[in-house]
Design a protein around this ligand. Structure first.
Ligand SMILES: C[S@@+](CC[C@H](N)C(=O)[O-])C[C@H]1O[C@@H](n2cnc3c(N)ncnc32)[C@H](O)[C@@H]1O
Length: 221
């Protein structure tokens, strides 16, 4: 399912059924969600008084801890999901990530979690995320790892026909570099081992067991 209109319907339906729960954003369970969120936010570092964009925020559970001390904007095309994100304190707007109405360089931090695996033409989204990131600001994207042994095994037994594009770390590193990002780093997550590791390189031997990863970089001045 790579048609974006279907994804809108799909996530509206999920939010209708599961409400504010992370099940609306297709997390396996609470434990897996908190493992990913807590490690990723710790890796992103302390933030205060920042303008943050949560791009494809769903019900807003991932960026909720940032709301207290920052202004967090949540964009998603699922209007039903945004109702819950607004209740969590995000400043919400229903927009498509390929064409947002924010001025260029608005955000100190742009995060996009669990979204690009749904999008075949993901380069248009990254270009737009890069545009709205402030020079000196941070872009963080989290997604599925292509080389994962566990994911390959899962595919053998999986009945779901859900579209999941997986990514090589080096592919995203090149896209970040192309859009003017430097100091690029990875946070690698190894499900179900609850193990995470940060690194400046992708494509290592141990990466065969990495199920998902986050990549972050700073936009050059
Ligand atoms: C798997 S959920 C992740 C939600 C949230 N980031 C999280 O981690 O809890 C993916 C979200 O991306 C949104 N999305 C996908 N493609 C989009 C697009 N082109 N424009 C806006 N939202 C999009 C979906 O509606 C959905 O809410």
């Amino acid at each position: 399912m790579s048609n974006p209109n279907n994804w809108k319907q799909y996530f509206d339906q999920k939010a209708e059924t599961h409400g504010a729960s992370v099940k609306s954003s297709d997390y396996f369970d609470d434990e897996s969600f908190f493992m990913q969120r807590n490690n990723t936010l710790r890796w992103l570092g302390e933030m205060k008084g920042k303008e943050v964009l949560d791009a494809g925020c769903g019900v807003g559970a991932f960026s909720e801890p940032l709301v207290k001390e920052n202004t967090v904007y949540g964009v998603d095309f699922s209007v039903k999901s945004l109702e819950f994100a607004a209740q969590r304190g995000l400043v919400t707007s229903s927009q498509d990530l390929t064409a947002m109405n924010f001025e260029s360089g608005k955000f100190d931090v742009v995060m996009c979690i669990g979204v690009i695996q749904l999008i075949e033409q993901y380069q248009a989204v990254i270009q737009e995320l890069a545009r709205v990131t402030k020079p000196g600001g941070t872009l963080l994207i989290q997604t599925l790892h292509q080389g994962s042994v566990q994911r390959k095994l899962l595919k053998l037994f999986e009945k779901s026909k859900k579209f999941d594009k997986m990514y090589a770390m080096d592919e995203l590193r090149d896209v970040f570099a192309k859009h003017g990002f430097e100091h690029i780093e990875f946070l690698k997550m190894y499900h179900p081992f609850k193990f995470v590791a940060s690194s400046r390189t992708g494509g290592n031997v141990s990466d065969a067991f990495c199920t998902s990863f986050a990549i972050k970089g700073s936009k050059k001045h």
